[in-house]
Design a protein around this ligand. Structure first.
Ligand SMILES: NC(=O)c1ccc[n+]([C@@H]2O[C@H](COP(=O)([O-])OP(=O)(O)OC[C@H]3O[C@@H](n4cnc5c(N)ncnc54)[C@H](O)[C@@H]3O)[C@@H](O)[C@H]2O)c1
Length: 456
């Protein structure tokens, strides 16, 4: 008789490829022991064996016999005991595969060990109790704030970025922290991503071409970066069994919404830009491809505001505040559109909450994250009242996007409350723009679309 656990991870040698795939799915695993009718060990079959078989033109109804690995690494039970007694670690005896069957004297599997786990707990490699976090796009507007927050909290941070808006040197100098490691690379390069992802516990993906104007200009480049590279990152995280993957989406997926109701994560989506359409495609691809270990959280952010070491003046609250700080005219087109807003520090704090949350998120979840919904015209009216700003509201509407969003689910699941109001953000940006003597808020480094060339 096979032990229950072994039975779960075994398959008879006469079964078909389709049966293997079903079992992988049930077990949320990519490895099976192949046995004969006497429960004796015949070999193993992995997802790579199946993939190779299918690529060669075989179909799922073919018997697995031809495709199994007949000579995998196995351990005899007595050797296993010997290793355990000597307190050796399997890692030390130089064997490669993740799962190793242990066989009794009758060649029947009795145990499966994972050679990534140490056989003897006390000899476990010493590793800092603080987690290793890879932030892709960590040198960006949100990423720079998040990197600072997580470093302050003792995390070991790796940042993979193409350094479009600030140099690697400038970015490193912001923190001067030995726990920060920086990789200058492109997410479209699979090898770079693979090397960056491995050895991390958590991956946060913020590294895309951001904003409608930038993405509309270069659809192909946007597709490569915002969709193909993003799903490849998610796949690599799945393959490497990264324990948490956070993907940043956008409330712009709600797009041209006709209702005046608050939209939650189940509301109808209506993206109008290719930027928002690709966010939806990424969300779907990520949620449909969840591995056993990787539990993706997807955050649909409202328009972000507030100061960051990587300033952006192409976001509406920051733009208006920067113009007020420089006594410049503000033009609003239409203005009756609703928009949800969230401060960049609240975004970072929420991401920290997600990565520190211990409850299981097996299926992957989507969260809206916003602080407040405001009509663009009301932003203008507030700036006139409080700062005597020169605001012109024109009737002609340029922008079809209109959505009011609720983040109730995020607040409830994570006991989270945003700290910063839009009014406070405006004050902060005006103050910092003046303090830092930024009298040209339209310099290339503050405006995403001005950097199109650097993405190629
Ligand atoms: N800022 C917002 O209002 C807002 C709202 C909703 C969603 N988001 C999402 O949040 C994330 C971060 O936005 P942000 O405002 O910090 O943008 P950002 O443009 O400031 O940052 C993006 C970072 O990604 C890097 N990057 C871009 N392409 C890359 C590539 N191919 N390889 C490696 N690095 C690359 C850039 O150098 C930059 O540092 C994005 O996914 C964005 O869509 C932002």
């Amino acid at each position: 008789m096979l032990k229950k656990k072994i039975k779960k991870f075994s398959i008879n040698v006469n079964k078909k490829i389709i049966d293997v795939l079903k079992k992988f799915d049930q077990n949320r695993n990519n490895f099976l022991i192949v046995i004969n009718s006497k429960n004796q060990f015949e070999g193993v079959i992995t997802i790579s064996d199946v993939r190779r078989a299918l690529v060669k033109g075989n179909n799922v109804n073919q018997k697995i016999k031809k495709f199994i690995n007949l000579n995998p690494v196995v351990l005899k039970f007595k050797d296993y005991l010997l290793i355990k007694e000597k307190k050796e670690r399997l890692n030390d005896i130089n064997i490669d595969p993740f799962f190793i069957p242990v066989l009794n004297k009758d060649n029947i599997p009795v145990l499966i060990i994972n050679n990534l786990e140490n056989l003897n707990k006390p000899k476990k490699q010493k590793r800092s109790s603080k987690k290793r976090v890879l932030i892709i796009g960590g040198a960006g507007y949100i990423g720079s704030v998040l990197t600072g927050l997580l470093l302050k909290n003792g995390y070991i941070i790796n940042v993979l970025d193409k350094f479009i808006y600030q140099s690697k040197f400038e970015f490193k100098n912001l923190f001067k922290n030995k726990k920060l490691n920086v990789i200058d690379g492109d997410t479209r390069d699979i090898k770079t991503v693979f090397n960056a992802v491995k050895n991390n516990d958590i991956v946060i993906h913020l590294g895309e071409m951001v904003g409608d104007p930038l993405c509309e200009k270069e659809p192909e480049l946007t597709l490569e970066t915002n969709y193909l590279a993003s799903i490849s990152i998610a796949n690599i995280c799945k393959t490497l069994e990264i324990s948490k993957f956070v993907y940043i989406s956008s409330c712009s997926v709600y797009g041209a919404n006709k209702t005046n109701k608050l939209l939650d994560e189940n509301s109808e989506i209506n993206p109008v830009s290719s930027y928002a359409k690709l966010k939806i495609k990424c969300e779907e691809a990520i949620l449909n491809n969840i591995g056993n270990f990787c539990k993706p959280s997807i955050i649909r952010l409202g328009t972000v505001f507030g100061d960051s070491p990587r300033r952006r003046y192409d976001l509406v609250v920051n733009l208006f505040s920067g113009l007020v700080a420089n006594n410049k005219k503000i033009k609003i087109f239409g203005g009756e559109q609703w928009r949800p807003f969230i401060h960049v520090f609240d975004v970072s704090n929420f991401i920290k909450k997600i990565i520190e949350n211990r409850t299981q998120n097996k299926k992957g979840k989507i969260y809206n994250l916003i602080g407040e919904n405001i009509k663009i015209s009301n932003l203008g009216k507030y700036l006139i009242k409080k700062y005597n700003a020169n605001v012109i509201i024109e009737k002609h509407i340029d922008d079809k996007r209109n959505y009011k969003v609720t983040a109730k689910k995020a607040f409830k699941d994570f006991n989270f409350k945003p700290k910063y109001t839009v009014k406070r953000g405006i004050e902060e940006i005006i103050l910092n723009t003046k303090k830092n003597k930024i009298n040209n808020i339209f310099r290339d480094k503050y405006i995403n679309i001005s950097n199109l060339e650097k993405f190629r």
